[in-house]
Design a binder for this molecule. Structure first.
Ligand code: SF4
Length: 498
């Protein structure tokens, strides 16, 4: 008779303080810009940290081999990414060294989507590659002060969490600068070269963040210190040397969709943001900051539901409203340091209101009501000619949002909407679908521009002549005032006509 082997859930060995100096904390899942700043925040707290390499097509193949077939596309990609990295390191350093000298840290949550089960896929992959001993740890994305990881080798405390949050906010601001500049740069490659310098300047700011002891002094320092704003002002000074041509007519494409897919830049979403730029568009990237704002409002909504019967919930809801205001104010403070070139956060209550006829805001999971709300907000406020929505295969929350978008498209037939299903291995099909809608967006942008010239009573030559006489028009950190047109070139013409 063979002994029964009961199922045992994965439980990592403790990570103890004595191991800290020799252990590298692995992390990933965002853009290289966000990750580099987060690396600075890790190092500032005394940890060694390394970003996982950017996702590639091979990660999908390995992820499919190692995890269950029903997993959604982001789970498959990220699982494959971690597994491929560990396999490579095991080859060069040995399995024992990988198990002892590295740990993986990732955010966890609960709810109706796969995000709450990513770690299950990771542990399946560890079994598959023979690294069950490797340690992976979860932290709760909604808690800033969670105490230590098992073993006490790492503290998820306020200095660490606020470093992460500010890394994400500053990463968003650099990303907005990047996407607002590159399509209009006069010298090809100037934006990408400057971006590397800007990220390094901010990385140093995170690495050398002054140490704060107490909880409230840490919070107050982050809210009031000019440490990050002054680093961003340095970035702005460097950035404004990039010369731009604002009279290039470009359709503006807003990216929405599932959190990981829309944030990612690379094979995981067919490199769609770069591809759209190469096809002549300006892309509006989705900031991670919007997701954190959404989480705050999600918590607030739940508290408000209970407030009528629970005085404690009423008190907490008041506190949460204050947190929401402070959060927005902090983001605006960072934006101001780059002259407000980075876009403001959308108003969550407005997104809810716009989405309400199609999607109940209490439905949790994935992007919730935001997918519908963001599309309508960009369309109605004339912030985009077209919405490109990235939907992962095998994603339940996203399937619901796409269903709701069918109702939106019926009520707003002039909203150009390109839902792209991302499976990782159907690139040509996905991009050609996107291209069909993009062709119409280009036509609309051109028509809007020509009508604006006509309305302003000037020719293109005259617009160019006037632009040449105004140095601010060539400066990449100058914001073209938004004057009832979608396209940058059309708004620039209205500005020049005044
Ligand atoms: S939202 Fe969808 S794609 Fe994203 S983690 Fe959840 S199930 Fe997966």
């Amino acid at each position: 008779m063979t002994a029964i082997q009961h199922y045992a859930a994965y439980r990592p060995r403790p990570f103890v303080p004595a191991e800290r100096a020799d252990t590298t904390i692995l992390f990933g899942g965002l853009t290289w810009k966000h990750e580099r700043l987060i690396q600075g925040a890790f190092e500032n707290c005394g940890y060694r940290a390394e970003m996982l390499p950017n996702i590639s097509r091979e990660d999908l193949d390995l992820g499919k081999e190692l995890t269950d077939v029903g997993a959604c596309c982001p789970t498959t990609f990220t699982t494959g990414n971690l597994a491929r990295f560990l396999k490579q390191r095991a080859k060069t350093e040995g399995k024992e060294a990988v198990s002892n000298k590295y740990i993986f840290l990732t955010a966890g949550a609960c709810g109706p989507c796969r995000f709450g089960q990513y770690h299950e896929s990771y542990t399946m992959a560890l079994d598959g590659i023979g690294l069950r001993d490797f340690r992976l740890f979860l932290f709760d994305q909604t808690q800033l002060d969670q105490g230590s990881l098992p073993g006490g080798g790492m503290e998820i405390n306020l200095p660490f969490s606020l470093g992460l949050v500010y890394g994400l906010l500053c990463g968003d601001i650099l990303t907005d600068l990047e996407y607002k500049t590159r399509p209009y740069e006069v010298e090809p490659g100037a934006t990408d070269r400057m971006l590397v310098k800007a990220v390094e300047r901010m990385y140093e700011a995170f690495r050398h963040r002054p140490k704060r002891g107490q909880k409230w002094t840490t919070v107050a320092w982050h809210l009031l210190s000019d440490h990050f704003t002054s680093a961003l002002r340095d970035v702005k000074k460097m950035w404004e040397t990039i010369e731009v041509d604002r009279l290039r007519v470009k359709p503006i494409v807003k990216i929405t969709g599932e959190f990981w897919l829309q944030t990612h830049e690379g094979d995981g979403n067919y490199g769609i943001k770069r591809w759209l730029e190469q096809e002549g568009a300006e892309v509006v990237p989705p900031p991670v900051a919007v997701w954190m704002d959404y989480l705050i409002y999600l918590g607030l909504g739940k508290l408000e539901d209970r407030a009528a019967i629970d005085p404690k919930a009423r008190k907490k809801a008041r506190m949460m409203r204050l947190v929401a205001r402070v959060y927005r104010w902090s983001y605006d403070r960072l934006r101001k340091a780059v002259d407000g070139v980075a876009r403001p956060l959308p108003d969550q209550l407005e997104l809810r209101r716009l989405a309400a006829p199609y999607y109940n805001f209490r439905i949790d999971g994935g992007e919730g009501y935001m997918l519908v709300g963001k599309a309508l907000s960009a369309h109605l406020h004339k912030h985009a000619h077209m919405i490109c929505e990235l939907s992962p295969y095998s994603c339940m929350p996203n399937t619901m949002s796409i269903g709701a978008m069918a109702g939106v498209a019926g009520k707003h037939p002039d909203l150009l909407y390109a839902p792209i299903e991302v499976k990782g291995d159907a690139e040509v099909h996905a991009l050609s679908r996107c291209q069909m809608v993009l062709t119409e967006a280009k036509r609309r942008a051109q028509k809007e521009f020509e009508e604006t010239l006509e309305k302003a009573g000037i020719t293109m030559e005259e617009a160019k002549r006037r632009a040449a006489a105004r140095p601010e028009m060539r400066r990449s950190t100058w914001n073209v005032p938004h004057r009832d047109r979608v396209g940058v070139a059309a708004n620039a013409v209205l500005h020049l006509a005044r």
